[in-house]
Write a protein that binds this ligand. Structure first.
Ligand code: UDP
Ligand code: MG
Length: 314
């Protein structure tokens, strides 16, 4: 029987937890009755250093419901870290784990399809939003621009997928080998490889409480995504340096010709050509240094170089 863990990060979620627990418990019960999952399946709440009654509620539900378990982080480490903490705790007791938000924005009824895909042989199942109608125009526009930018920078991501996803135990074990500080799970998970599938769902509005992702956090999350996966910005500086250096040669020629034709003020030629040349050379040097910094950066991350998907042994 498949043991499913629902990993739910919570930060100041006292307003939503009772309803979330009721819905998730009911859902797990139904899935168990349908024979989709085994009786060891659990909800794992991760309290990300909340300052309200979140942990109190989690402890109470733990007493009351056979399904609820909890993990409390010592302080607020952010959504991605809380999620990872939950997944790593679930890894040793489950066959597969699904991560979802505490506010039930992710459609709980899609869980059957996740598990069906897992039974069909997928190690990773991405929950993909079928539309973004419940978003504000700004959130929709900025999200689209972000996916496009990431695509241009060569980062593999699943379009319109946030963090509603199923991962098998094997995929979780692979994820555990990534030791980096700056976590950007939706970029990291596609790098694991393994067989994957998608489940489409409608994302609802948050039914209570406020978003814990204000604009400032969203921007820093997006920047983290870019700088954790791409050294292309560094390469762009180097390319710009080459371009400016070449242009400076043309600028030099222009200045010399103007000088020869006597159309310049005394001293102009020397100043203008040195500005061009030095500017170009500096940028080029910066690019070269950037190239090495980029290498150090990827070495320091020490990401695993491969994951074994199958091993045929006698
Ligand atoms: N969250 C968290 N730590 C934080 C911020 C958010 O664990 O520092 C959790 C939050 O409780 C929720 C999920 O991450 O379960 C997604 O946050 P939210 O729903 O506020 O984001 P939005 O859906 O508005 O992007
Ligand atoms: Mg939300």
């Amino acid at each position: 029987m498949t043991t499913l863990y629902l990993v739910v990060p919570c930060y100041n979620e006292e307003a939503v937890l009772p309803e979330t627990t009721a819905r998730l418990t009911q859902k797990l019960g139904e899935m168990e009755d349908a024979g989709l999952i085994g009786p060891e399946s659990r909800i794992l709440y991760v309290d990300d250093g909340s300052r309200d009654r979140t942990w109190e509620l989690i402890s109470r539900f733990f007493e009351e419901s056979p399904y609820v378990t909890g993990l409390k982080l010592a302080h607020n480490r952010g959504h991605q870290n809380a999620l990872l903490a939950g997944l790593m705790a679930a890894k040793d007791c489950c066959d597969c784990a699904v991560s979802l938000d505490a506010d039930l924005q992710d459609d709980v009824d899609a869980l059957d399809q996740f598990v069906a895909k897992f039974h069909g042989g997928c190690d990773i199942v991405y929950g993909v939003r079928s539309s973004r109608e419940t978003d504000t125009a700004f959130k929709r526009g900025s999200a689209q621009a972000f996916y496009r930018l990431m695509g241009l920078l060569g980062v593999e991501m699943v379009y319109n997928h946030a963090d509603y996803r199923l991962m098998s135990r094997r995929a979780l074990e692979a994820l555990a080998e990534y030791r980096e500080e700056n976590l950007f799970l939706r970029g990291l998970v596609p790098q694991l490889g393994f067989r994957s599938g998608c489940v489409y769902y409608e994302r609802h509005e948050r039914f209570a409480g406020e978003s814990k992702y204000p604009l400032k956090k969203m921007i820093s999350f997006a920047l983290d995504g870019v700088t954790s996966f791409s050294v292309k910005p560094l390469r762009m500086i180097a390319a710009l340096g080459v371009l400016v250096s070449l242009l400076s040669v043309a600028g030099l020629l222009y200045a010399l010709i103007s000088h020869a034709l006597g159309r310049t003020v005394a001293g102009w030629t020397a100043i203008v050509s040195s500005i061009w040349l030095l500017g170009g050379l500096q940028m080029l040097c910066l690019g070269v240094v950037g190239g090495y910094v980029g290498k150090i950066y990827s070495e320091v991350k020490a990401r695993p170089r491969y994951h074994v998907e199958e091993h045929l042994k006698k």
